[in-house]
Design a protein around this ligand. Structure first.
Ligand code: FES
Length: 189
């Protein structure tokens, strides 16, 4: 006569616990696989916005490659090329020429700066030391030492820019281009 078969399970209470752990880890891995790429994608799309916020934290002034000591008070204005990083929505272009400025020292610790673009149609103005004025070769606009227009060709005076003297001799400039042809200074770029 056969004996009833009795199955013995070692540690039977472990089974439900093992099942729970398996589900827990599977859910965790599923979450990682699903959520991490989503965050990466979100960061990619928000990148220009985040980048803009970071760049906006500076004060926007650039240190000029000329020191205050190199400029004579009421001397000839010095033309300086402006090089800066340009950023569009997705790319950053390092050390790009964006324009030029005339720097003129008018007092011991004061420098005035003019954007060298003519406000008529945007040509580069020259400084004529013998005549003590700025002259645009394209359509003969002229401006005096203070950047005031001297004939009726340009729509406004030369565009002044903000300048700061830091650490006694450093010249810092906030560069900006403005729209040509308008009587008002309208920033562009
Ligand atoms: S662009 Fe300077 S006078 Fe026309």
């Amino acid at each position: 006569m056969s004996q009833p078969h009795l199955e013995l399970h070692e540690n039977p209470p472990e089974q439900p616990r093992r099942g729970f752990m398996t589900h827990f880890f599977a859910a965790g891995i599923g979450l990682l696989v699903g959520v991490v790429p989503s965050f990466a994608g979100l960061a990619f799309f928000l990148d220009p916005i985040m980048r803009k916020k970071k760049e906006g934290s500076g004060d926007g002034f650039l240190k000029m490659p000329v020191s205050l000591d190199a400029l004579e008070i009421n001397g000839e204005p010095q033309l300086v090329k402006v090089i800066m990083d340009k950023v569009d929505a997705w790319n950053k272009f390092l050390n790009q020429p964006v324009g030029a400025v005339y720097l003129r020292r008018t007092a011991k610790d004061k420098v005035v700066a003019f954007n060298s673009r003519c406000p008529h149609l945007g040509c580069a103005v020259d400084y004529k030391p013998l005549e003590n004025h700025y002259f645009c070769p394209c359509h003969t606009s002229t401006f005096d030492d203070d950047g005031k227009m001297q004939n009726e060709i340009p729509p406004r005076d030369l565009d002044t820019l903000k300048v700061q003297i830091r650490n006694k001799t450093e010249i810092w400039l906030k560069f900006q281009n403005f729209r040509a042809t308008t009587p008002e200074k309208i920033p562009v770029g």
